[in-house]
Ligand binder design. Structure first.
Ligand SMILES: C[S@@+](CC[C@H](N)C(=O)[O-])C[C@H]1O[C@@H](n2cnc3c(N)ncnc32)[C@H](O)[C@@H]1O
Length: 287
């Protein structure tokens, strides 16, 4: 697993957002629940209570700004910056945030922006692992957090020998593929995931774990074939497209090591959430 090349990441995501313009709206309901669960707010009211009194919020790597929209709805008083490198994403983000005058979209590299200002909440969901040196990016975001500020971040998790090996092999091939070739491959694996889901074989047990259906077992253990029956087929394809374009994964120990590079005594980890696919962390800056 090699570190992602920044320009490659930028280009691939711009292409993904060009092809998947309805992603944020189509996945909003699912991902709100997902965000509230993994960061421990549980309900919109729980997140609203956390956001109350926060004045400056940064969504680092916002994509189409689905999370900024949620923060703006729950705290209309905060100044919210939705930051991404992708012009295609930011075009849609600006449209989605139009009803919220307290939001601004900004094209910046989250690994290098150097602003003489800080935030009392930074959310960096599903982005850090896409940067070439996630520990350095973590430090960079932490340096823009004010004392008392909270940083939420996410990385993809190592999954298991077979799945990780298959992912790495496909990602190696994908480095040399054109966008059209990679999209065609993503369509094939999505069709495969759809076919597995269509078999209707539910509650499959393996190794002490019960998977909701056969598609989820194959997807989790053998190779990525993500498929969501509730959204347009091409949106599921878009998710497999960006995954295979390069997606480093980490285990809990590696994430703890990454956090330990922050200045000692300057933060507290308030939540460390791990599921089969990812790890999410909340930390608070003391000073
Ligand atoms: C998987 S998407 C997640 C988007 C959004 N956080 C969400 O949950 O929908 C990753 C995003 O990170 C952005 N990104 C990756 N590296 C970046 C960087 N160095 N600076 C700014 N944005 C970056 C990509 O353009 C992409 O929009």
């Amino acid at each position: 697993m090699t570190a992602p090349d920044k320009q490659h990441t930028f280009d691939v995501f711009d292409e993904k957002w060009r092809r998947a313009r309805t992603w944020a709206i189509a996945t909003e309901a699912d991902y709100r629940k997902w965000y509230l669960t993994r960061y421990g707010y549980e309900t919109p009211d729980g997140l609203a209570a956390f956001l109350k009194g926060r004045r400056r919020i940064l969504e680092a790597g916002c994509g189409q700004a689905r999370d900024s929209k949620m923060f703006a709805e729950l705290n209309p008083h905060a100044e919210i910056i939705a930051m991404d490198q992708s012009p295609q994403a930011l075009e849609v983000a600006a449209e989605n945030l139009k009803p919220f005058p307290n939001c601004q979209v900004v094209r910046e590299d989250i690994t290098t922006f150097d602003w003489d200002t800080s935030f009392d909440f930074i959310s960096c969901d599903q982005v850090l692992h896409h940067t070439p040196d996630p520990a350095a990016t973590l430090k960079q975001l932490f340096s823009h957090l004010m004392p008392g500020g909270v940083l939420n971040f996410f990385v993809c998790r190592k999954k298991g020998a077979a799945r990780d090996l298959a992912d790495d092999a496909i990602m190696e091939w994908a480095k040399k593929a054109s966008y059209d070739q990679l999209w065609a491959f993503a369509e094939e694996v999505t069709r495969f995931g759809k076919a597995l889901h269509g078999l209707g074989i539910a509650d499959v047990s393996f190794n002490g774990v019960v998977y909701p259906d056969l598609q989820r077992l194959v997807h989790n253990l053998l190779f990525r074939c993500w498929y969501n029956p509730n959204i347009d087929f091409q949106l599921s394809v878009s998710s497999n497209f960006d995954w295979f374009s390069g997606n480093p994964r980490f285990n809990a120990e590696e994430v703890r090591d990454m956090i330990a590079t922050l200045p000692e005594g300057s933060y507290e980890v308030t939540r460390f959430y791990e599921d089969d696919a990812s790890i999410s962390v909340s930390l608070t800056r003391f000073r």
